[in-house]
Design a protein around this ligand. Sequence first.
Ligand SMILES: NC(=O)c1ccc[n+]([C@@H]2O[C@H](COP(=O)([O-])OP(=O)(O)OC[C@H]3O[C@@H](n4cnc5c(N)ncnc54)[C@H](OP(=O)(O)O)[C@@H]3O)[C@@H](O)[C@H]2O)c1
Length: 349
Amino acid sequence: MDLNMGMVAREAGPGPGPGLGLGLNGLPRIAPAKTKKPKKAVLFFEVEILDAKTREKLCFLDKVEPHATIAEIKNLFTKTHPQWYPARQSLRLDPKGKSLKDEDVLQKLPVGTTATLYFRDLGAQISWVTVFLTEYAGPLFIYLLFYFRVPFIYGHKYDFTSSRHTVVHLACICHSFHYIKRLLETLFVHRFSHGTMPLRNIFKNCTYYWGFAAWMAYYINHPLYTPPTYGAQQVKLALAIFVICQLGNFSIHMALRDLRPAGSKTRKIPYPTKNPFTWLFLLVSCPNYTYEVGSWIGFAIMTQCLPVALFSLVGFTQMTIWAKGKHRSYLKEFRDYPPLRMPIIPFLL
Ligand SMILES: NC(=O)c1ccc[n+]([C@@H]2O[C@H](COP(=O)([O-])OP(=O)(O)OC[C@H]3O[C@@H](n4cnc5c(N)ncnc54)[C@H](OP(=O)(O)O)[C@@H]3O)[C@@H](O)[C@H]2O)c1
C-alpha cells in the first residue's frame, strides 16, 4: 500500500525540495532547515465524496488530517449535507464495494493523491435497541392476548376462559420467559457494535415476529387444541430441551459480552469458558443460534403445533445464513481460527 499517494503537503516547515523523501514508515520525510528550528510539518489529505450511483460530486474536503477516521469524515460531510446524519452514510472506496468502518483511518486506506470516497444513503435509521425492544415486546403481548382469550378471537362463549390442558399453561410460561429473557438481554447483556439499522427493517422484522407469534398462539390456545400424542412424557422431554437450550443461549450471550470491553467494538475469537454450556464453541462458530433453534424445536415438540414447527424451520434457515456469514468473517479475520468449527451444526453445517 503506497501511503504517500494520498498525502498532500499543505503546509510544511522547510517546504518540499531535495530534502523531501520517504521516511521509514513510507510517509514523506521533510528535511529539517539548517539555520532555523523547523516549524512542525502538517500534512493534509484532500477528500472528495461522490454519489455512488450518479458519480456526482457531493463534497470536497481540502484539509483532512491523515489520521482522521471515517467517522470524523462522516461528521464533516454532515456539515454540508445535514439531511445525511452519520448513521445514514455508507462511505466506500469503490461505488459497489463494502462500506468502510467508522474506525478506519484515512492514511491507512489505499487512496490516491486526492482520496475519492463514494457515498450511499442508507435511509432513515433507528437504534438497534429500539428495534429489538419493539420486535420482542410484540410477541410477548400478542401471545398473552390469545392465552387470555380476549374477545373477538375464539367466539363470545370462550371470552376470558382458560384451557384445561396443563401444556397450554406451560407453553405460555415458556414463550413469555423466552421473550422476557431476550428483552432483558437486549437491555443489559448485549454490547452491539452497530448503533442503528435502517428503519424499513423494523416493519419486515415485526411482521415476521408478531405474525408468527399470533399464528402459533392462535392454535396453541384454541379451545379445540389437543395435547401432544405422547402426553406428559413428551411434554417433559420437550421442557428439558427447552430449558437446556435457554440456559445455553444465555451462557453464550454472556461469553460474547465478556469478549468486548464496555464501549468498544472489539471482535475476538470466542472460546469455551468454565461454563459447560459454552463448550459448544469447540464445534461451532455461533452456538447461540444452535441453542436458539434447539429451544424452538423443544417448544414445537411440547406443543405439537405445525406453526411452531414452521417458525423453527424459518428461524433455522435464517440463522444458518447468518452463521455462515459470521463463520466466513472469522476465517477471514483470524488466521488462527479453530479449524474444527462449523457455522451452526457440529460436523455438518
Ligand atoms: N428466532 C429467530 O428467528 C432469531 C433470529 C436471530 C436471532 N435470534 C436471537 O437473538 C440473539 C441475538 O442475535 P444476534 O444475531 O444479534 O447474535 P450475534 O450476532 O451472535 O450477537 C450477539 C451479541 O454478541 C456480539 N458479538 C458477536 N460476536 C462477537 C465477537 N466475536 N466478539 C465480540 N462480540 C461479539 C454482537 O455484537 P455485534 O453488534 O458486533 O454483532 C452482539 O452484541 C441470538 O443469539 C438468538 O438467541 C433469534
